[in-house]
Design a protein around this ligand. Structure first.
Ligand SMILES: O=C(CO)COP(=O)(O)O
Length: 253
């Protein structure tokens, strides 16, 4: 049993469409999970998703947010807009954005501030790549990512999550083992205490992402410092995602 309900978040990435909104919602909608469930579809489907889910507890969020508040920034979407259309959370600094869209720790910091000010819960994604992993640099990379993105935040009364997503585990079918994840999450918690203070760090949920499936969800969630899961590929299969949510539900207090 966990101290608090786990959070399971679906990251659809650049996938899905109107059809998936209906089916994915149908498979989780009528279950009253004690675990928290969130879905992050592409921006254009957020309003439809919020609409479909208006009588449920399922949270809707975005996969990114602009570091700007408003102005001449073609193609950007602000935290205020996301809040206005019904988002409750946003992913920030996903490794795909860091790798392909050149996001860095400084922009993550600004985005987290924007999210918090506008009432969105930021889910900061961190994690090392294959090469860094092979070189034993996991903690160094996490140290930099956390210490640059998280200082001086106004967290009073706000929620913040960290998602540990080792790049080598994303979309590869090669998930980190539960023991590896526990060790890294413990380290993240230690650094959160150093940056935010122990009381604030206690309130931060640490999720794991990277090849999460129904087959490894239970062992990952059994780890004391694993507070939830961030699911990519498996979340596109509604039945599969519902099974992962059910597993999370079984360990909810
Ligand atoms: O990047 C991820 C979630 O944000 C993980 O993706 P996969 O579950 O497809 O490995």
């Amino acid at each position: 049993m966990k101290k608090r309900a786990p959070l399971v978040v679906a990251n659809w990435k650049l996938n899905g469409g109107t059809d998936l909104i209906c089916t994915s919602v149908a498979s989780v909608l009528n279950k009253s999970f004690k675990a928290e469930v969130g879905i992050a579809p592409p921006y254009v489907y957020i309003s439809d998703m919020v609409n479909f889910l208006r009588n449920s507890n399922i949270l809707v969020g975005s996969q990114n947010v602009s570091k700007f508040a408003s102005g001449a920034f073609t193609g950007e979407t602000s935290a205020q807009m996301l809040k206005e259309v019904g988002c409750t959370f946003c992913l920030i600094g996903h490794s795909e954005r860091r790798q392909m869209f050149l996001e860095n720790d400084a922009s993550c910091h600004t985005k987290i501030e924007r999210a918090l000010v506008n009432g969105l819960m930021p889910i900061l994604c961190v994690g090392e790549n294959d090469q860094q992993y092979e070189l034993g640099l996991t903690q160094d990379i996490l140290y930099r990512q956390l210490h640059q993105a998280l200082p001086n935040l106004e967290l009073q009364g706000k929620r913040l999550c960290i998602a540990y997503e080792p790049v080598w585990a994303i979309g590869t079918g090669k998930a980190a083992s539960a023991e590896q994840v526990q060790e890294v999450h413990q380290y993240i918690y230690q650094e959160l205490c150093a940056i935010l203070g122990e009381e604030a760090a206690e309130g931060v949920q640490i999720l794991y992402g990277g090849s999460v499936k129904k087959d490894n969800a239970a062992e990952l969630l059994a780890m004391p410092n694993v507070d939830g899961l961030l699911v990519g590929g498996a979340s596109l299969d509604p039945e599969h995602f519902a099974q992962i949510c059910t597993i999370a539900n079984d360990v909810a207090p």
